[in-house]
Design a protein around this ligand. Structure first.
Ligand SMILES: [Zn+2]
Length: 327
């Protein structure tokens, strides 16, 4: 330990180098360094960090937001950033490019990053020194309990980081648009579609069997073969051109699971129920001479101690969007 070098302030013409002292503990010079070396604006380093807060352009105005995730555009070295607007619902989270951020705010964020990295480095040095001291003390006492405790703390921290990373990953909307029948609907939230469908911002759905596909061509080929013209259940209600179908989750498992995947795109619940067997699904359709087109559904537990376990999802022709309720 105590051999690392680190460039702490990117500046034109020269760079300041922070040198750890042989003992690994910070020197007074280290502490004062970051404030003194940044009289000029630093160059904003790319890629921007996840967690960076800076206003971003949304409909011709800047709005406060935070970077939730970042990725390289396929086939390029250019990054794009998934942002959450602090005053908007999460359904408006979106991928943006670097030029959408307010430049002054990025400079400010860069200054903070430099200070934070310097502070983090000092804390790491102090922590390493403390751990070394602990180990030495532990050896002196010839007990294994102390070292076990240190390992335990480490494992606990690592698990917590993993959990955090998982939470971060699911924050990102993976599907941007679903095309179903003659509708293209913008998704609102993350839905855990199988991994082979991630990376496809648009999914194409057969409106009758709800099979989802990655390309329009695949959908076209599927439609030529698919024989369904209504949900795979019993029609239990009809008035004018509106029909309701009852579908058993146990006998039409794939259909109902697909329905749940699609519904999750519009619900901000943390969980998705893959076990659809215990549920009845009631699918509301608009009927025309081409078939019964799904416009909404609700589900109900077959056997529930509480008698109000119903979830409902629908899309509306009037709003050209999606209206959701869950209760
Ligand atoms: Zn189909």
């Amino acid at each position: 330990m105590g051999t690392g070098k680190k460039v702490v302030a990117p500046r034109r013409g020269r760079a300041s180098v922070e040198q750890e002292s042989p003992s690994g503990s910070p020197t007074p010079m280290d502490i004062d360094e970051p404030e003194k070396v940044a009289p000029e604006d630093p160059v904003v380093r790319q890629p921007l960090e996840v967690g960076t807060k800076a206003p971003c352009m949304w409909r011709n105005a800047y709005h406060d937001c935070q970077i939730v995730e970042r990725r390289k555009k396929p086939g390029t070295d250019t990054y794009e950033y998934y942002v959450h607007y602090s005053t908007f619902n999460r359904r408006l989270d979106e991928w943006v490019t670097f030029d959408k951020f307010e430049p002054k705010a990025l400079v400010k964020a860069e200054k903070k990053r430099i200070l934070r990295e310097a502070a983090s480095e000092r804390a790491a040095n102090a922590s390493r020194a403390k751990n070394e001291k602990k180990k030495k003390d532990s050896k002196k006492r010839r007990t294994s309990a102390a070292s076990g405790s240190v390992d335990g703390e480490k494992a606990s921290t690592e698990k917590s980081i993993e959990e955090k990373e998982h939470e971060e990953a699911t924050k990102v909307k993976n599907i941007q648009t679903v095309v179903i029948g003659c509708w293209a609907i913008d998704a609102w939230y993350y839905s855990p579609f199988p991994p082979e469908y991630s990376g496809y911002s648009t999914l194409y759905l057969c409106e009758f069997c709800l099979k989802f596909m990655r390309t329009q061509d695949a959908l076209q080929r599927h439609c030529e073969r698919c024989i369904l013209r209504h949900p795979p259940g019993i029609e239990i209600y009809r008035k004018d051109n509106i029909s309701m179908f009852e579908v058993d989750g146990a006998t039409n498992r794939i259909y109902c699971q697909n329905l749940c995947y699609i519904a999750k795109l519009f619900l901000d619940h943390k969980t998705l129920y893959y076990d659809v067997d215990p549920f009845w699904f009631y699918i509301m359709c608009e009927v025309d001479d081409r078939g019964a087109h799904i416009v909404g559904y609700f589900s109900k537990e077959k056997f529930s101690e509480e008698d109000y376990n119903v979830a409902c999802t629908s899309h509306s022709r009037r709003t050209s969007g999606v209206a959701m309720e869950s209760f």
